[in-house]
Design a protein around this ligand. Structure first.
Ligand code: MSP
Length: 671
């Protein structure tokens, strides 16, 4: 029986457009899936979108769409992006699809029939953003996971007996230490489970955008139970069709489920417990990678600091992004993204590294041997340096395979590029261009050996790197005259397989060098992209006089024009931005003042605001506010205030902070 391999990405929420954070996980899975296929393994790669829940219901409302319209639109965007990048997913699951909904109901009934679901009452705080009940915080308090304000809910719910699985879970982590990787995540999960598991509420009755609970349609199934189930529903779980059943039997359990570190608890605690309760096999392992940071912050929609994948595709192409993400960031740890680093890595490793090795080797074979691979012939032309390259290549194959299979992409690539560097040095030392000018037999033999050795090393790096940079390696493979790289049996890759007389294809550069203008183009595209989204209607936003009392700098910002009106240009001088309160505290000796630290996406500002009589400081943390961002700084009670918070104050009333009904990224400009 052929070996099988089933790999999954998380399914992405459709309340945000796809960005390079999502792309990172999907690229990693794509690389693993491609490698498995090259190893002759029957591979299934699943991705998809997570489309239910209050967060999505609200996002749709805010966009003036039905939830189904929004989900169709954004799910389509994810799929189109993956297609544009040539990602090789075998199936794309949507949680609003019939096949998924039917199977989730089936799973719910199975867990209920097995005695692990009961009805009870819940009163407490709920975080809409994380779709999570939050224990041990009071009304209005921020969610400990994401810092956003929680909402108080009282509900009759279905509960899952998570508490019954504490020991079984601990046994799983102990008996299979590799089940959660990396180890740091495993330790966190173990201490969370050891500290005691409470039963989990798995239905909601306060909103309706979800899968109705079987026999009780006033409730919808908790979005995480719904979402996690995708990994089996896509495989045919719960389907009456025998073909689906065979598929499930064949591919489940998954061999690896890749996720970002923030959803470890859902995948390493809830998910195996749900499966245990349903009597289903567990996935063989969960691999959690770190966060992609932009200027030290996690890239996320709410921070407004995301980088769009399309920008990089347009300027440098998919291979550049794939290589950069998997080479630059140690898989499992957080890593920073920047356009400078991307271009630097691209030029050093791809344009000057592999690209240059390919073009100089293949061009010389074309020039000196009429485009046919020469054979390392007479013993007289042999030198120890040739054997050293062969030996390095053998070692590279072994090390690369081991590292890749442990998901250590960065180290695997480092090893392969070690071979590129060794061959570069070998070429410089042997000066084939000088040998090519001589006609004596010994020089010709020596030239043949040097170019064969270089081409063979190039072939090996190309085959190894194919899962990571599929487009360029497909071209290099064809230039080497070897046909379709997909047909390579990676498990048989050995030094010395390049055949004498192989006729090269057309030689052309695969990685043109990028210059500074590439960085500027990408930055510009991102700036344009960022200023467009989600600006609230300008008419609703006014810096109101009430706050002027707190920030004396707030003199009328725009001079009046005829009729007391101001022009649009005058209004444009006021830089209004969405900020998020990170810290709020009373100012000693000033009853009306609060000192706030407000995140504007690019910086955190101290602002002193006269809102202490209207707002308790703790209720402001996590809240999004509107800031006049270009006011000259002023000192109040010795504290520098760098901006003004926008609020409305009725005559003689308390200030009411300007806020949004829908989620708006931090830093967004109001205009
Ligand atoms: N819908 C849930 C997952 C359900 S899985 C049964 C969800 N969706 S999400 O849209 O928020 O996607 C989160 C995942 O996207 C992360 O776990 C990670 O795989 C990827 N990433 C999104 N932003 C990222 C970074 N800034 N950095 C690294 N990965 C990121 O959570």
């Amino acid at each position: 029986m052929t070996k099988k391999f089933y790999i999954t990405t998380p399914i992405y929420y459709v309340n945000a457009r796809p960005h390079i954070g999502h792309t990172y996980t999907t690229i990693a899975c794509d690389a693993v899936a491609r490698r498995q296929r090259m190893l002759g393994v029957d591979t299934w790669f699943l991705t998809g979108t997570d489309e239910h829940g209050q967060k999505i219901e609200r996002a749709a409302q805010a966009a003036g769409k039905t939830p189904q319209q929004l989900t169709n639109e954004v799910s389509g965007e994810f799929r189109a992006l993956w297609d544009r990048m040539g990602l090789t997913y075998d199936d794309f699951i949507r949680t609003t699809s019939d096949r998924h909904q039917r199977a989730v109901r089936e799973l719910f009934c199975r867990i209920r029939d097995n005695g692990f679901i009961y009805k009870g009452h819940y009163t407490g705080q709920y975080c809409v953003s994380d779709e999570l009940y939050v224990d041990s915080v009071g009304p209005g308090a921020p969610c400990p996971e994401c810092g956003r304000p929680t909402e108080t809910v009282k509900e009759e719910n279905y509960f899952f007996k998570l508490s019954a699985f504490q020991d079984k879970l601990l046994k799983l982590y102990t008996e299979q230490p590799q089940w959660i990787r990396p180890e740091t995540r495993r330790n966190e999960v173990m201490s969370f489970v050891r500290s005691g598991l409470r039963d989990l509420s798995i239905s909601r009755s306060t909103f309706s955008w979800g899968i109705p609970v079987p026999d009780d349609p006033g409730h919808v199934i908790y979005v995480w139970l719904d979402a996690l189930a995708n990994y089996i529903t896509a495989m045919g779980y719960g389907s009456p069709d025998p073909t689906d059943q065979q598929k499930f039997e064949k591919y489940w359990p998954a061999d690896v489920q890749m996720i970002g570190k923030e959803i470890v608890r859902f995948h390493c605690v809830y998910w195996p417990a749900f499966l245990m309760a349903a009597g289903l096999p567990l996935p063989k392992g969960i691999v959690a990678h770190g966060w992609l940071l932009f200027e030290e912050n996690k890239m996320s929609k709410s921070r407004g600091n995301i980088v769009r994948t399309e920008t990089i595709l347009e300027v440098l192409g998919a291979d550049a992004l794939r290589y950069f993400l998997l080479r630059e960031i140690v898989f499992g740890q957080d890593g920073s993204f920047s356009f400078d680093a991307l271009v630097q890595r691209y030029n050093a490793d791809l344009a000057n590294g592999l690209g240059n090795l390919a073009s100089r080797t293949l061009t010389m074979i074309t020039r000196y041997f009429r485009g046919e691979v020469p054979y390392p012939s007479a013993a007289v032309a042999h030198k120890p340096g040739d054997d050293a390259i062969a030996e390095t290549a053998r070692q590279t194959i072994a090390d690369y395979n081991t590292l890749f299979d442990q998901y250590q992409f960065s180290r695997a690539l480092e090893t392969a590029w070690g071979l590129v560097a060794a061959v570069d040095k070998y070429i410089v030392e042997n000066e084939p261009w000088a040998l090519g000018e001589k006609q004596d037999e010994e020089s010709r033999s020596r030239l043949a050996t040097v170019l064969y050795t270089s081409a063979e090393a190039l072939r090996i790096v190309t085959a190894l790197a194919h899962p990571i940079i599929p487009q360029a390696t497909t071209k290099i493979w064809a230039q080497l005259g070897l046909g379709d790289i997909k047909k390579v049996a990676l498990q048989d890759l050995k030094w010395g397989q390049l055949q004498l007389g192989t006729k090269l294809g057309n030689v052309e550069a695969v990685f043109p060098r990028a210059d500074k203008s590439a960085i500027e183009r990408m930055q510009k595209m991102e700036e344009q992209g960022r200023s467009t989204p989600a600006a609230a209607p300008a008419a609703e936003i006014k810096p109101v006089a009430a706050t002027a009392a707190t920030t004396p700098a707030a003199t009328a910002p725009a001079p009046p024009v005829a009729g007391g009106k101001i022009s649009i240009d005058d209004f444009a001088k006021v830089e209004l931005r969405v900020g998020q309160v990170k810290v709020a505290e009373k100012v000693k000796g000033a009853d009306k003042l609060l000192r706030l630290e407000v995140d504007l996406g690019t910086e955190v500002r101290q602002v002193v605001a006269g809102i202490a009589e209207a707002y308790a400081p703790e209720t402001l943390v996590g809240r999004k506010v509107v800031i006049v961002a270009n006011l000259a700084p002023r000192k109040l009670r010795g504290l520098e205030s760098n901006g003004m918070i926008v609020a409305a104050t009725a005559e003689g009333g308390k200030p009411v902070l300007c806020s949004f009904l829908e989620d708006v990224p931090v830093g967004t400009r109001l205009k």
